[in-house]
Design a protein around this ligand. Structure first.
Ligand code: BYC
Length: 475
């Protein structure tokens, strides 16, 4: 077992006590992080006792310890996956060289930029979700929200550690700036657009953890391939935490779909929108929410053709998903990849340099992974004998980044005029009335073992506890 030192002020497995300068710098950042947590972390929740897991080891098996914790006392720390002996740079022009233990001087600004962008999303998501605790559908769900939130806080620590340890003064300044930009702040917004939208209801929360955290999975996986070994090791451990966030999203949507289908069956409803009369999330509304969240997440992968991504790849600092498992030369000079674009009224595909299509490839991998869960939701609907299929909208729909930002298309990918879009958009994206309806369902349920009407209980509890366990104790 690779031990974690919990006797230090900052728990870590990087021998922080052997580097007093770094330790002091991080200990000076720690109270600023806590101030930020108290101000912009979960609203009115600092005194609650929450049944949380904490990392006790970075090995894949058995890293978690579960107990009641007040969130400000959570032991945020620095945990890297174990070093791999003899690890190499596995792609780009340095392929085959020993992985870097220090930042290569000539790649400093690109690496810093990637780490800052990654780091910025973590506190952003906590800020976006800060009011959700007021309307949780159960104690079980509330606990999951808080678990996700504290781990996003830890992911910020992961990036701040890299900035402090490897980027000197600029890194320290970037670490400060992480706590100065805020989700939705017009003067100092978060870097990526999707991290400036408030998550104000639990339908959105489950879609966020399904779609947006999945972007996290794919970006972290691409960064875990990095030739800069400390970044790779940090991201590898973050991915084990990320898996739980994706579970929260997938199981949350599953439970909402399950409940909706039960309502339809119990009440013999054939028109899906009638579910609203019985206080459920009707499938057409769920589809609109899917359209919204999926499309804003597609933007998180950047432009379809990106010279930035080509540069990162050639430098060996950000790879592809599952890089070492891909069967090619891992240099991609002269290789091509199919990339969609718009030509007049049509969406076409053309072969483009694979290096410029690195973002696009990751987006496609993401799309495939997103569809997998959708198939599961549709199976529940089918099994209830309901004639409705949830779909992912076309990659051109409602985009703000890349060539599709210039056009309007239907969810099936037909290019349409702005006038037509204005006429039909209320059938594709949540309207104010849809949002008001969803918000009307958001009544907190705090009784042990009880669940809001629009969501089915989970199949099992957390850490083998029963579903009717007191996952959060209010104070
Ligand atoms: N919003 O060449 P391109 C997570 C900019 S989520 C605003 O394609 P690049 C989490 C771009 O900056 C994972 N701006 O860019 C989930 C560039 O600007 P400049 C987060 C955007 O750099 C849930 C220009 O457009 N991690 O962990 O190849 C909860 C040209 O674009 C956006 C990462 O993102 C946008 N969506 O790709 C908690 C990994 N897209 O140079 C956490 C690190 C593009 O013209 N980041 N632009 O000024 C990256 O790898 C890259 O920055 C991106 C963008 C993939 C995001």
């Amino acid at each position: 077992m690779v031990g974690i030192n919990y006797s230090d002020k900052i728990p870590n497995n990087v021998n922080l006590d052997e580097d007093p300068r770094l330790q002091r710098a991080l200990e000076a950042w720690q109270p600023k992080f806590l101030d930020w947590w108290k101000e912009l972390g979960p609203h009115n929740a600092m005194q609650h006792d929450v049944y949380l897991r904490t990392a006790v080891s970075v090995e894949p098996s058995g890293w978690a310890h579960f107990d009641y914790v007040k969130m400000p006392e959570y032991r945020w720390g620095i945990f890297l996956a174990p070093a791999e002996n003899g690890r190499k740079v596995n792609f780009g022009k340095h392929k085959g060289e020993a992985a870097w233990q220090q930042v290569p001087g000539e790649y400093r600004s690109e690496l810093r930029r990637l780490i800052v962008t990654q780091g910025d999303t973590e506190p952003a998501s906590v800020e976006q979700q800060r009011k959700l605790g007021l309307t949780a559908p159960s104690l079980y769900d509330l606990r999951n929200l808080y678990q996700v939130n504290v781990e996003e806080g830890r992911h910020l620590w992961a990036m701040v550690y890299l900035l402090h340890a490897y980027f000197g003064r600029d890194g320290r300044e970037e670490a400060e700036a992480m706590l100065e930009r805020h989700a939705g702040n017009p003067d100092k917004p978060r870097i990526l657009q999707a991290f400036n939208v408030d998550t104000t209801d639990w339908l959105s929360f489950h879609l966020f953890t399904y779609f947006q955290d999945r972007d996290g999975k794919f970006q972290l996986a691409a960064l875990s391939e990095s030739g800069f070994d400390p970044l790779s090791r940090t991201c590898r451990f973050m991915l084990t935490e990320e898996a739980h966030h994706l579970f929260v999203g997938e199981s949350g949507i599953t439970r909402i779909v399950q409940r909706t289908c039960e309502i339809m069956k119990e009440n013999k409803l054939s028109d899906p929108s009638d579910v609203r009369r019985f206080g459920g999330v009707d499938l057409p509304t769920l589809q609109k929410y899917i359209n919204f969240h999926y499309s804003i997440c597609l933007d998180l992968f950047g432009q379809e053709l990106s010279t930035n991504a080509a540069t990162y790849y050639t430098m060996g600092i950000k790879g592809r998903y599952g890089e070492t498992k891909i069967n090619d030369d891992h240099v991609l000079e002269g290789a091509t990849y199919r990339v969609p674009s718009v030509q007049g009224e049509k969406i076409i595909e053309s072969d483009e340099p694979a290096l410029n299509a690195i973002n696009q490839r990751l987006r496609e991998d993401y799309a495939t992974d997103s569809q997998r869960g959708m198939d599961g939701f549709n199976k529940i609907i089918r099994d209830h004998g309901i004639d409705f299929v949830l779909t992912l909208p076309n990659r051109s729909f409602h985009r703000n980044i890349g060539p599709f930002a210039q056009v309007r298309t239907t969810p099936t990918g037909q290019v349409i005029s702005q006038a037509e879009w204005d006429k039909r958009v209320s059938g594709w994206l949540p309207t104010e009335a849809d949002k008001a309806y969803v918000h009307s369902l958001m009544k907190p349920v705090t009784e042990i073992g009880k669940f809001a009407n629009y969501i089915a209980p989970p199949a099992r509890g957390i850490n083998r506890q029963p579903v009717d366990f007191e996952y959060v104790k209010f104070h």
